[in-house]
Write a protein that binds this ligand. Structure first.
Ligand code: 6R9
Length: 670
């Protein structure tokens, strides 16, 4: 078969290799026997309230909860009702009375390599607590309080995590926007969330150069000001990271370091209701507009705490590194909230994996003796491409557990990860979950599961997953269908910011029983093998996954048609052996096109400006028509086949104009 992705899907279907955890790993693991796992899992499914009630008691509540779950208003769940809790108190204060006060919480490594090595900053739990309290006092001094929304647009530096925790401390709702998003994307999120403040930096280091951030914030706020309702932003707090020149709006913009000098390092955590909102995080769905996923405090923290503890088998002396960006849910749950709630030592790295050389990640693992490492399949495939020598040069004997997240992993990358990075001895946890689920849902438990390359294996505690057909009927093992989750779980989303109807419609309306939500629908296709292992096959909706980043086809289409030279556009994914999926756009131009190459480049840049570089199409094909059904719907499945260079096997009789296929195929890469 010619294209590598379909090759990988073929091999996933045929994959039957299975790897058991090494005996020594299982013996020392938090959960090391199948019996323990099965007993706990059955309890979590048979009596979820008892199970979660017990787990929740491991967290330091400011006031105890009196009801574990209230599902009477389904699909909006209420977990740990009556309880008061504060996420920054869970992550920091609880450790201060223990030996962990002087334990390193955060090891930061900057990207630039000076003569004496890279910049390294470490913070003990006590130090991090002090920093967060001061940061929180700065927010308070600027009039930010409980329930206010704060946008965070930052590079991967300690202040990013501190900003999140400072918001949590005073009860402000953070909305982190990935630093790679454009000013327009930032504007949309500021307006949708009604953000009163933005926390940013002058810039961040990326592949040896300064990536400015403050200019995008200025532009986004200017755009907000030009809207009818004006800009909700009153304050911009700026961290000085790179020293690059920035514009300044007096009275609105403040340097964090100046403000920190004015405040004390004492700040009591705000007691939050368990169901008070902790954060918003925007993600792409099938429609054009990204949705602000709402996560609340108690349930989210319980989920983050438990999953980090057991999926990564966290031990007191582990050095844990999750390479995600805090702009994504993985960064929220598995860089900030989960590891800190467990009192772990975590590593944070500012820059790119190949800066200044392709071995940088492994150099970091060696330098800080990383023992648990969590990354994305797309990164693993890049390392494979760069060559084994970059891995082999470093001493990776400290590693004991590896993880992946973000997209399906092809068996070849899995095996390479196991052999080259894990030296054949580290279990791999392939973790399936989503922004909406808040935490890991389907995953091996490293001390117990027999792992299989390409399978996320089995549901985590409290997760009742099934494979169903379009009508919600459970399918027999082996048959591909839709993944569905039957029961509420603590870290599940509570809604879409400002759009309750869309929340019900998107996730809960597909399989209603007697007018009641029956299953949560994640939008992924999957199958289950006879041993009960789940194999996730990718999205079944109009969501693209490029290097593990979620984008909607319609979002990119609207960016394209906002350009004056475009009449209509259709976007589909094409399998790509590095990024998983690549973006292909079919575009109908307004007039005749003289220089195809020039317009294609202009449109690619336009999408990058509108959304962010991550959304720049890999290929744009100029066409005069798009395939539509007689009712006027674009036939995306057909375009997918054409983009992938596959034969069109599907029924084309509903096509309004069958001659169009030849034109689209002939289009070829522009
Ligand atoms: C955590 C995160 C969610 C979508 C999800 C699915 C894909 C994530 C996966 C995986 C196969 C895995 N996905 N993990 N597919 N195997 N281990 O990535 O959240 O950005 O919201 O993306 O990513 O398609 O629906 P998010």
């Amino acid at each position: 078969m010619s294209d590598p992705k379909s090759e990988s899907i073929e091999s996933v279907l045929a994959e039957n290799r299975s790897f058991h955890p090494p005996k020594s790993f299982a013996e020392a693991a938090r959960i090391g026997t199948r019996e323990t796992y099965e007993r706990m899992w059955s309890q979590s499914i048979d009596d979820p309230e008892r199970f979660w009630g017990r787990i929740a008691c491991e967290l330091p509540w400011l006031e105890p909860f009196d009801e574990v779950l209230d599902w009477s208003d389904a699909p909006v769940a209420k977990w740990f009702g009556g309880g008061k809790i504060n996420a920054s108190h869970v992550c920091l204060d609880q450790h201060l009375e223990t030996e962990r006060a002087d334990k390193v919480a955060l090891i930061f490594e900057g990207e630039p390599m000076g003569d004496g090595g890279p910049e390294i900053r470490t913070f003990t739990y006590a130090e991090l607590h002090g920093e967060v309290c001061r940061f929180a006092n700065v927010l308070k001094a600027r009039g930010i309080g409980k329930g206010d929304r704060v946008a965070i647009y930052m590079p991967m530096i300690p202040e990013a995590a501190m900003a999140m925790l400072a918001c949590a401390r005073i009860g402000a709702i953070h909305s982190v926007v990935f630093g790679g998003f454009s000013a327009t994307s930032l504007e949309d999120r500021i307006l949708d969330g009604g953000c009163k403040a933005v926390i940013t930096a002058d810039g961040g280091w990326r592949r040896g150069t300064v990536l400015p951030l403050k200019p995008a914030v200025d532009e986004a706020i200017a755009k907000c000001e030009a809207t009818e309702g004006g800009s909700p932003v009153e304050t911009v707090l700026c961290v000085q990271r790179c020293g690059n020149e920035v514009d300044w709006t007096e009275g609105r913009d403040f340097w964090l370091h100046d403000e920190l000098m004015e405040v004390s390092d004492e700040c009591e955590p705000e007691p939050m209701d368990s169901e008070d909102v902790l954060f918003l995080l925007y993600t792409s769905g099938s429609t054009g507009k990204p949705k602000g996923i709402v996560h609340t405090t108690g349930g989210y923290m319980v989920g983050a705490y438990l999953s980090t503890r057991f999926v990564f088998d966290l031990q007191e002396d582990d050095v844990y590194w999750c390479t995600a960006d805090i702009g994504w849910i993985t960064g929220h749950t598995y860089i900030v909230y989960g590891p800190l709630a467990n009192g772990a030592t975590m590593v944070m790295y500012e820059g790119a994996p190949n800066a200044p050389h392709e071995g940088r990640f492994w150099e970091i693992c060696e330098r800080h003796k990383v023992s648990v490492f969590y990354t994305a399949p797309t990164a693993i495939r890049a390392f494979m491409k760069w060559g084994d020598e970059h891995v082999e040069r470093y001493d990776l004997s400290s590693l004991r557990l590896l993880g992946t997240v973000g997209e399906p992993i092809n068996p070849a990358a899995w095996i390479w990860y196991r052999d080259k990075v894990g030296g054949g001895r580290c279990p791999i946890v392939d973790t399936w979950w989503q922004t909406e689920t808040g935490g890991i849902m389907i995953t091996p438990l490293p001390g117990v599961s027999a792992t299989k390359p390409g399978s996320a294996t089995q549901p985590f505690f409290g997760v009742d997953a099934a494979i169903v057909d379009e009508n919600g009927r459970e399918l027999p093992d082996g048959q591909g269908g839709l993944l569905a989750i039957r029961k509420p779980w603590p870290s599940m989303l509570r809604g879409i910011w400002g759009d309750e109807a869309r929340f019900r419609e998107t996730y809960w309306s597909k399989w209603e029983h007697a007018g009641k939500p029956h299953f949560y629908f994640p939008g992924d296709g999957a199958r289950k093998d006879p041993e009960g292992n789940f194999w996730i096959m990718g999205r079944v909706d109009d969501v693209l996954n490029v290097s593990g980043h979620r984008l909607s086809t319609m979002e990119i289409e609207s960016a394209l048609v906002s350009h004056p030279s475009v009449v209509e556009a259709a976007v589909v994914p094409r399998p790509d052996d590095l990024t998983g999926e690549a973006i292909v756009a079919f575009v109908i131009p307004t007039g005749s096109v003289e220089d195809v190459q020039a317009i294609v480049e202009e449109l690619r840049d336009h999408v990058a400006t509108e959304i962010g570089k991550l959304a720049r199409p890999a290929e744009i094909r100029i066409t005069t028509r798009l395939p539509k059904t007689r009712s006027g719907k674009i036939m995306r499945r057909l375009l997918r086949a054409i983009a992938a260079g596959d034969d069109v096997t599907q029924d084309t009789t509903t096509l309004e104009d069958p001659t169009i296929l030849d034109e689209l195929r002939a289009g070829g890469p522009a």
